[in-house]
Design a protein around this ligand. Sequence first.
Ligand SMILES: [Zn+2]
Length: 203
Amino acid sequence: MNDSTMPPTSASDLASDSPEGSTAPEDPSEPNDEPPPHLLIDLHDALGQRCLKSLVAYEPGDLLCDFAPRRHADSPSRMTVQVAEHHHIELGPTFLELINHSCDPNVFFDTQRWVLVALRPIAPGDELCFFYPSTEWQMASPFECACGSPRCLGRITGAARIARPILAEHRLSQHVQRLLAAAEEADAASASEPGIFAWLVPA
Ligand SMILES: [Zn+2]
């Protein structure tokens, strides 16, 4: 979600519509809040755009920082993270918006506990990246990924368009897991329906 242009946002509070993630208080901090001493805003080596790096080491499962909704929306935008089926937020603190996508991520936005979690060992100086489809079902702004990982999926559009075996390799938010289950149920139901001409075949 690395973009310096902030679209106008809906300030509607969708807390009552969200089965999860509704209890975090809104983060009152506004843009330009500084990262804590263990995190650093830097320029991406290859892309030249801003990114967020860790200055300390982490092990899988370690918590890097808390986050909270800064604004709520009922549909995705370039700047939002999805936290429930119909609930999208702009991240607070704002420096978390500098965490770019990677197909081989090292952090995860835990939208149940409102914490940023290490997925694998992180060394001082490593850029923090998350797998956008771990929270995003259908993204507002699909893009061609250039993460350079051997696991790179190319065009990133959201979890809805990614094959199940690939998603199974990633940690996914609970709302993405629920949407996947619902999509699989719908697929199974449509597959078991007889075709229209089946009714015309005499018994
Ligand atoms: Zn990639």
